[in-house]
Design a protein around this ligand. Sequence first.
Ligand code: ZN
Length: 364
Amino acid sequence: MNKNPLKKIREKIGQYYQENKVEAPPKIEEREFGVGNQEKINYRHLGLESEEELNKYLVTEKPRFISYSAAYYEYPEKRPMKRKQYKKGDLAFDLDHECPHNTLTCYQCLEKVKQETQKLIDNFLINDFGYDPEQIEINFSGNKGYHVKIRDPRAQSLTEQGRKEIVDYIMANDLITPEFEKNGPKPTEKGWRGKIAREILKFVKQSDREKMKELGINSGKIKHLIDRREQIIQGIKKGNYDTLPGPETLWERVLEKRKIQLKTPIDHPVTLDTSRLMRLPDTIHGGSSLLAKEISREELEDFNPFNHAVVFGEEPTNIKITKETPKIHLNNETHGPYESGQEIETKEYVAVFLASKQHAKPEW
Ligand SMILES: [Zn+2]
């Protein structure tokens, strides 16, 4: 008898949890969990007391999705939310990207999100806010991006307003263009003024005619910039931009490059709303079959989810393709393309991936 396809995917997920233990988040007994099989979260307000209980739950229930709260509660199981008694919350960021390309394995889009994630961690969380790298947890979301959580007590005690200010700062929301005539930004200043002054200084020091042209600077100004380069550099160091033509254009251009592209805070409540649940690291994302792998800042450098988050094996496995499927790239191999209706025998990890993406029906 042909069992429900979701059940078959969950059997594979259950097998994975039987062989691989998942580490509990810090203070697991104060976290709220949410699980889902049809949807990402069908049920929340779940409490798990220990790592042992978590692993037992994963093996017996085989949830397609499991998430947990950035928040810590006195009573995570109680509802409504108010009765849980909020204590504090990790400062969490969810970075992702809607892929416009016709592919199920878009390396390009995930690389873009990865660069944003690196920028967020290095330039803002560590450099500007001074958070200890040891207290920053990073994981692949399992599908379209990365999650970053900060466990520094100063971050955990932030109010919603404080979290909003952080989001506004990193996204450069409502940043006012400074006056460049007299007291312009100096490279030694903190915050955005310093960031931008340093960037403009770098531009003036390093740019040649071609780069300036690319920025839309006209040839008269380029000549001026090159002829008086040393004088302009000395000026910027003192916050004097009198001799620099069009500092506002440079400011805007640099800002675009430096700020973090999160979705707007309105569609992006994860950072602000600590009651939101996020994927539990090192569990399987049932919409892709990839592992929401926890990684260090160093590992992030070369991390490619389509190679490093694949957990299933190579046993020959049967599926029936149900949707036209472009080529996919997993584990450094290319599979497909496939047409709808095709019955194929492929490697287990390809089969589970396509079934999870609902491009194929499990025939195993
Ligand atoms: Zn893409």
